[in-house]
Design a protein around this ligand. Structure first.
Ligand code: ADP
Ligand code: GLC
Length: 480
């Protein structure tokens, strides 16, 4: 039995701000349980979802010297769908009403988390063969495994993997501060280690010291070798390219299943979506305050409202998108300029735009089920899960050809009658508008053809089954 520990800062069903949580919480379920014992360690945030927070059981605690003081480290645990989750408890660090916020404070608390998570392992009695780290918040772990934890027998042979979900966020501050939080010696603060452009960089530490690096799609694995997508680390990524692979994300096919989804008005499948899906569209229109009219072309957006997701393209041509035959339903929170932009148009065109500026799991499912198309024109997209959810629900994705969007959405080809969505290449608002209008032409002009696009999308398999096998092969390559 191979033992794997995921170290992550968020995971469903406990705490989620984005796709990382979907991955860290759902992927562990899909490994071959006879061969892989995959467990997850998370911070015990006070703001975690309630029924789950209350079901954690106390396991143990100890004190750990960190950043100038002896600090409490509690360990709690629970099992969900056969997967064991551990939680690192320290209310000073993990109190507060959201998991992240202030950069400086986040650095201190996630350095604490990394050190505490490793220190907890002998206490729990779980000795992983591989520690699988996700994003900058766990970037210190591969470094510690090669540094202070290396001494004893327990950690000596432990391998690590660093998975990049988003290279944009790296955990950066001045070297003295990063040195203080990590407790690492001067040796580590050189340009071939944790130093990047004269600052300390936690993700860089993970990328230098991990035994293998992965990211969440093949295209993104190639893109980050380029300056445009490399976020300053493209040189390092190129240098480590022999150890880098792209493994595309899946989604949880039980949670995201239009045939059984309890959140949606009318369940449906690939066999009856032509009749049934529209009932979800009308229910959605009613719920979000738009005229109930099945003839409208309804575009959905569920997203963090940040530059990454291409909202400046949408802002640029929003007038042109708000045609009389179109409705746009937005669900998201983020940068105030984008929140205000959608509120503005929802006010100006209250029969065409519905701006839902908050977070809601339930409404997100209703949007995936109820819209005709889903717009995701990202500037960059390591993988993207929303387009996979849309495909699963027969909602046709309209995307920019970058990262995982390029790998998972096959552009419609009217001559060969292939494709599952619509896509454009250059980061250009009018190119985006062009493919939205093209999609509308097919939708209004040839409903049969549109439904074939929907059908092809629903028939694609973006469950975890094949990607989990690729992670298994990677684990095998490190342990055999
Ligand atoms: P990212 O991780 O970059 O935010 P992904 O597409 O990988 O992008 O994953 C986003 C996840 O977060 C999806 O599960 C999506 O449904 C969800 N999500 C984003 N914003 C909201 C929101 N306001 N309400 C509910 N779910 C949201
Ligand atoms: C990140 C990326 C997104 C990816 C998710 C899960 O948040 O922005 O593209 O799907 O991580 O890997």
């Amino acid at each position: 039995m191979k033992k794997i520990l995921f170290v992550a800062s968020e995971a469903v069903p406990f705490i989620k701000t984005g796709g990382l949580a979907d991955v860290a919480g759902s992927l562990p379920k899909y490994f071959d349980k006879e061969k892989y014992d995959v467990r997850v360690v998370l911070p015990k945030y006070l703001c975690m979802k309630r029924p789950y927070f209350d079901q954690l059981t106390y396991k143990d605690h100890f004190y750990m010297y960190y950043n100038g003081a002896n600090r409490y480290v509690g360990i709690l645990t629970t099992v969900v769908d056969g997967v064991t989750f551990y939680f690192i408890d320290n209310e000073e660090y993990f109190g507060g009403d959201k998991p992240y916020g202030d950069w400086f404070w986040d650095l201190q608390k996630f350095c604490f988390f990394c050190r505490a998570a490793l220190s907890a392992l002998p206490v729990i009695g779980f000795q992983p063969d591989i520690v699988h780290c996700h994003d900058w918040q766990s970037g210190l772990v591969p470094v510690l495994l090669k540094d202070s934890f290396r001494g004893g027998d327990f950690f000596k042979d432990m391998k690590s993997i660093m998975t990049i979900h988003n290279l944009k966020f790296q955990g950066v501050w001045s070297i003295p501060v990063i040195q203080q939080f990590t407790g690492l010696s001067d040796y580590y603060f050189a340009p071939d280690k944790l130093e990047a452009y004269k600052d300390g960089n936690l993700l860089k530490g993970g990328l230098v010291y991990a035994d293998k690096i992965t990211t969440v799609s093949n295209t993104y694995a190639e893109e980050i070798k380029l300056e445009f997508y490399g976020e300053g680390l493209d040189g390092l990524i190129r240098a480590r390219s022999n150890d880098l692979s792209g493994i595309v994300n899946g989604i949880d096919y039980d949670d995201f299943n239009p045939a059984t989804d309890p959140h949606i008005k009318k369940n449906y499948s690939v066999d009856n979506f032509r009749k049934e899906k529209v009932k979800n569209k009308m229910a959605l229109q009613e719920e979000v305050g738009l005229p109930v009219d099945k003839s409208k072309f309804v575009i959905g957006i569920v997203s963090r409202l940040t530059d990454q997701k291409g909202f400046d393209l949408i802002a640029c041509v929003m007038e042109a998108l708000c045609q009389e035959d179109t409705q746009i339903v937005v669900l998201g929170t983020g940068d105030s300029k984008y929140e205000s932009m959608f509120r503005f148009y929802a006010d100006k065109y209250n029969d065409r735009v519905s701006a839902n500026i908050y977070y809601s799991e339930e409404l997100s499912h209703k949007i995936y089920a109820g819209c005709d198309a889903f717009l995701m024109p990202s500037l960059f997209e390591p993988c993207g899960l929303s387009q996979l959810m849309s495909l699963r629900y027969g909602t046709v994705p309209m995307v920019r050809e970058t990262g995982g969007l390029k790998d998972t959405v096959e552009p419609y080809n009217e001559y060969e009658r292939t494709g599952t969505g619509f896509s454009f290449s250059n980061y250009n608002a009018h190119e985006m508008l062009g493919i939205v209008n093209y999609a509308k032409n097919v939708y209004f002009g040839n409903k049969k053809e549109w439904n074939r696009i929907v059908e092809r999308g629903m028939k694609k398999d973006f469950s975890w089954s094949s990607s989990a096998k690729q992670y298994e092969a990677l684990y095998d390559s490190l342990t055999e």
